[in-house]
Unconditional design. Structure first.
Length: 136
């Protein structure tokens, strides 16, 4: 039984700015992920608002959308067995201060808002988020 999944990962502006793209990609590859698609883009705030619509009632929504659109990001479609959960595990907790050793956010995250990576939180959202960035 194969349960190969695809999920969406984003290297956020704080990490792109620190030139961590290759180092973070190596972590994915070393952990069994294939990077199927990858592109460096800069999005408008209105696009960030659409992407993060699920958080629109949160107090941090405006800052979050300003932040994601503040500089270049790398969006990636990555693949492996159990990709969605395994990516969440590899990313670590939302707040880097709470992230476990060996996770990307523990290693590179600066703060709860500048936490270096995004990852889809369910298979359903992975499909939606992959379409958001890669639908032609
Ligand atoms: P996740 O990225 O671990 O899935 P979410 O709860 O989906 O976390 O929140 C989306 C993003 O919003 C987080 O990655 C983080 O950048 C930001 N965020 C979440 N909670 C807070 C907060 O309490 N203050 C400021 N920013 C937050
Ligand atoms: Mg989330």
């Amino acid at each position: 039984m194969s349960n190969i999944e695809k999920t969406l990962s984003i290297i956020k502006p704080d990490a792109v700015e620190r030139n961590l793209e290759n180092e973070i990609k190596k972590i994915f590859i070393d952990n069994g992920f294939k990077i199927i698609k990858s592109k460096k883009i800069k999005i408008e705030k209105s696009e960030a608002e659409k992407f993060y619509k699920v958080h629109e009632t949160k107090p941090f929504y405006n800052d979050l959308c300003s932040y994601l659109s503040s500089g270049p990001i790398i969006v990636m479609m990555i693949e492996k067995a159990n990709a969605v959960l395994d990516n969440r595990e590899l990313m670590g907790a939302t707040n880097p201060k709470e992230a476990k050793d060996g996770t990307i956010r523990k290693k590179f995250g600066i703060s709860i808002d500048k936490n270096s990576v995004h990852g889809s939180d369910s298979l359903e959202n992975a499909k939606i988020e992959i379409d958001f960035f890669f639908k032609d």
